[in-house]
Design a protein around this ligand. Structure first.
Ligand SMILES: [Zn+2]
Length: 224
């Protein structure tokens, strides 16, 4: 018989709900449901649960590897980070990030990698935003990078756009979505239906892209 460990939370609810919270299976159940019935329900969902748990472990593994400076994520591709005896500056070559040995100290290495990432993020994001801005004729003010804790991007009433440097870790289509999202804020500062209608002109299925972006929210906590 299959068994799955889960936390049970009973309340005055009417339906059974299964959630994965921080890698744990949590079942929200009505007060009167029998333990057998709940167990049966959980087992019937075991494929879904195992898929989610595996995904959680993978995500955790990636975040750890990024924070431990073992891996570099660029456009959703993971690359090794190697200390180099010969390099004098950080350099990306043969699919690896080569870091000079002078950055042996982990804090110094982290700062140097962040600096490298920011330089490349600004270059890539500027190229991309300029392209969309010209192609769709949407004017904006200044572009700058942020280190925001919760936001991937923002736009103020002066049409200045800020983008989180960690965007460079994400897939290109998600980055493009964030850029187009902020460009539409130059017309509408809120998230009204006018805003979403505007975004739909420039971006295919923006609402599904918004959900895709949410799948990468763990990366906004990296390099802290
Ligand atoms: Zn917005």
């Amino acid at each position: 018989m299959t068994s799955l460990t889960y936390k049970l939370r009973r309340s005055k609810r009417k339906t059974l709900v299964l959630k994965i919270e921080q890698g744990e299976v949590v079942v929200y159940a009505p007060l009167k449901f029998s333990a057998d019935k709940i167990n049966e329900f959980v087992i019937s969902k075991s494929n879904w649960i195992n898929g989610k748990l595996k995904k959680f472990e993978n995500t955790k593994g990636i975040v750890e590897a990024v924070n431990n400076l073992e891996k570099l994520l660029l456009l959703d591709n993971a690359h090794d980070i190697e200390l180099s005896e010969t390099e004098r500056k950080i350099r990306f070559a043969d699919g690896k990030l080569l870091v000079p040995k002078k950055y042996f100290d982990i804090q110094k290495r982290k700062n140097a990698i962040i600096k490298w990432l920011k330089t490349h993020a600004l270059e890539m994001l500027r190229e991309r935003i300029d392209y969309f801005s010209q192609f769709y004729e949407i004017k904006f003010g200044e572009l700058s990078l942020t280190n925001a804790q919760k936001k991937w991007g923002s736009c103020d009433f002066r049409k200045n756009i800020k983008l989180n440097f960690r965007l460079i870790l994400l897939p290109q289509d998600v980055i493009d979505y964030v850029i187009l999202h902020e460009l539409c804020h130059t017309y509408y500062l809120d998230h009204s239906s006018n805003f979403w209608n505007c975004l739909e002109k420039y971006c295919q299925s923006p609402k599904s892209m918004r959900l895709k972006l949410k799948q990468y929210s763990h990366l906004i906590g990296t390099y802290r």
